[in-house]
Each structure stands twice: as structure tokens, then as C-alpha cells.
Design a protein around this ligand. Sequence first.
Ligand code: UDP
Length: 340
Amino acid sequence: MRVLVTGGAGYIGSHAALRLLEDGHSVSVVDSLERGHARTIEILKDVAGDRLEFLRADLADTDALTDLLTRNEHDLAMHFAALTYVGESVERPLDYFRTNTAGGISLLTAMKCAGVRRLIFSSTCATYGEPSPEFVPIGEETPQNPINPYGRSKLQFEEVLRAEVANPKDPTPLAVVALRYFNVAGCDAGGRIGEDHRPESHLIPICLEVALGKREHLTIFGEDYPTADGTCIRDYVHVEDLISAHLAAVDALEPGRFKRWNVGIGRGYSVREVLESCRRVTGHAIPAVRGMRRPGDPPRLYADPSAIARDLGWSANWTDLDAIVATAWRWMQANPRGYG
Ligand code: UDP
């Protein structure tokens, strides 16, 4: 098949593009390179030769997207391109709604013009906001009450998709799967591509940057949460498992249906447990200091992945946190300056 991968030069999108290419598919990557890395495109080209097409464009450029989609017949789109920092979204809400909501609408418009009617959308557990304890672990029926512009911008695009799949006048109804990710971690087990966010705000890469000598310490954002060790609990799913969930979702696409699944391993790790794991994997002391709570951080977020297991036969292969961290550490050691 030929797949449009938006955000294919970014962390998760590049892992999706790599897997699709390795599986023999053709891939069109569209990425503005605002946050993505040109180097990943070179690496993907080495894998794929002429099965990869790259378009540097913003999601807002509907004409460019339409042109790309009509030049070759595309079977579906996987939509990863987004702004994804909770804290930044509070300070730049317009950018978040413009990229994540309006950008999605632009993509949908281009897909409609080009007759591409299948979409897998990167949604997020941030659409659930701060679920009350009876909803943790978090299933798909948990009320969606996002508490920051990031989560709201993603939920709004889910709403757009729901409306569009239900369009009674559409002769070729849209088919959508929204995958609501929990925390994504680790890198390509082959060590070719990795995680390079600028600025980096994620827990595991920050711990590893301390081990690498790029930072002096980790600041733990709050040790007074109502959890066993006082730090926040998250569900860390390996990026390769996440991509496998996308491939499983392709077969579930059905015209006129909006389907959604949570993607997590179903077990939470506290910030302190992640820190200990990074210490074990790197053999480095990784000093940590106590910091203030980060606004918008719910104490416990982990998935109930039983629906995706039941419906798609998907479950995480990477369930050992040390093994997940080791893939990230391997890439970071080989690429201490990231993509340069
Ligand atoms: N965290 C932390 N120090 C950091 C970065 C993150 O204590 O320097 C905590 C953060 O408060 C959260 C967890 O680590 O509880 C995971 O944060 P991350 O930013 O990796 O992902 P998020 O859960 O925000 O998507």
C-alpha cells in the first residue's frame, strides 16, 4: 500500500515510516521540519530508495497536500504531525489549535479532494484530562475532559472526525481510527532512528541526558502526589509497539465508522521508578532534585488496554521498563548530539 505519513520526520512518525518501508510499502512523508529532522528523511531514503517521497510543507497548505495525494494513489493517511507539549500549549494556545485542529481539517480537506478516505489519527490520553480514581486504569469510555489546550486541540479534531464520518451526504464515507497514546518511549531497536526533541521535556530522555553529562540533574516535578512514592505515575509504551498498533488498526478501518482505542501497556511506573530504571540501564548515579509540581500533571495515568487486545489482538511486546529505556540509551549514546 501507499501511505501518507504526516510528521514523518518526527519521533513517532519516523518510526512509522521506517516500519512501513521495511514492510515493503510506499510512503509519502509530509513534514514542515519545524520540529522534525531532515536527517531522518535521509535515513529513511537509505532504507527505501524510491519508495519514499518527501514533501516539506505545513499542514495548512491544503493545495500542496492535495497535489501530493493525487500524484499517486494513496490507500490511507497516518496523521502524526502535531505540537505536543502540554506546558507550551498553555502559553501558545493559538499555535496548538492552528496546528492540531485546523491542520487536521486542512489534511481532511486534501484527503477529500484526492479521494483518500482512510485515516489513522494520533490522539492522546491528554483528552481524558484528570480522570477521577474510579476511571483509572483508563478505558475508552472514560469521560474526555482535557485540562490543557494540547488535550483540547486533539479532542476537537476527534470531534471533527466524528462529524465527518457521519456525513450522510458523503458518497464515499470516511473511515477513521483514533489511537489515544499514553507515554511513548524508546527507539528503533535497530538503532537507526531515535528521539530528539528540542527542547527536550520528557522524563526518560532527560534522565539519559544527565547520564550522558549533558545535564547536571533531573528535577522531579512534585513528590507530594497521592501515590506510593509521591511521584506521578505514567504508562510507557515502546514506540515500536505503538507502530504495531497502527498496523493492526489498518484492518479495522471501516467506511462511516469512527473507532478509538487506548494504547498503553496497562501498567504505570512512577517518576522515581523510571529514574531507578535509567540508573540501572546507564550505570550512572543520575542525581535528582526535588522540584515544584508541573501545572497540568495528573497524578496517575495508565491505560486499560483490554479493548485493543480484544478487538485488534494487540498487546505490548515491550513490557520491561529497563528494556525500553535501553533502546533509548543505545541511540543516545550513538548520537550524543541527537540528529546534529
Ligand atoms: N517529569 C519530571 N521531571 C522532568 C520531566 C518530567 O518529574 O524533567 C515527570 C512529569 O511531571 C510526569 C512524568 O515525568 O509526571 C512524565 O512526563 P513526560 O513529560 O515525560 O510526559 P507526559 O506525562 O507529560 O506526557
